[in-house]
Design a protein around this ligand. Structure first.
Ligand code: FEO
Length: 175
């Protein structure tokens, strides 16, 4: 059993993860409309990952006999159609998620809530990987540009990355 305060904070994080899923879903639609099929597939795969994050927290609350309180998911922010800007905003977004996960860990430590602290470690590690992936994409865009052939190259890379994410999700679901 976890404290009411801890449960409230995890419920708020479920909402943030749902928002993240929605944010990526919006970008998938947007980049699909820009004919960036690989980028759209990557954002769609990210949407699936974020839903998994929300569901992990949902399951944790249930397992801990804590109340799940679902709130409205905000409409995703509008992001311009410049590819560089899309990834800059995405990195900012993920950094915000990292801060909120760190706040949750801080709270768990304050309460000496060891179970939640251990549970959150997975998310801390996940955020390192998520930020690194977006930084890597952004780094390439900064070197090669976000137009023409370099955009095509990055779009192809994102298609391959999307496949990897989907395969990893399928493997995890089968376990
Ligand atoms: Fe669930 Fe991208 O953080």
């Amino acid at each position: 059993m976890i404290s009411k305060d801890m449960a409230t904070l995890i419920n708020a994080q479920i909402n943030r993860e749902m928002y993240s899923a929605y944010y990526y879903l919006g970008l998938s639609a947007q980049t699909e409309a820009m004919n960036l099929k690989g980028t759209a597939a990557w954002f769609l795969a990210k949407h699936g990952e974020e839903m998994t994050h929300a569901l992990k927290m949902f399951r944790y609350l249930i397992d801990q006999d804590a109340a799940v309180t679902l709130k409205a998911v905000p409409v995703p922010e509008t992001v311009g159609s410049v590819v560089m800007e899309i990834f800059e905003r995405t990195l900012e977004h993920e950094r915000g998620v990292t801060r909120s996960i760190n706040d949750l860990v801080d709270h768990a430590l304050t309460e000496k809530d060891h179970a939640t602290n251990v549970f959150l470690h997975w998310f801390v590690t996940e955020q390192i990987e998520e930020e690194a992936t977006v930084k890597d994409i952004l780094g390439r865009l900064r070197i090669f540009g976000d137009q023409g052939q370099s955009l095509l190259m990055i779009d192809n890379e994102l298609a391959a990355l999307a496949q990897q994410i989907n395969q990893a999700a399928a493997t995890a679901a089968a376990q």
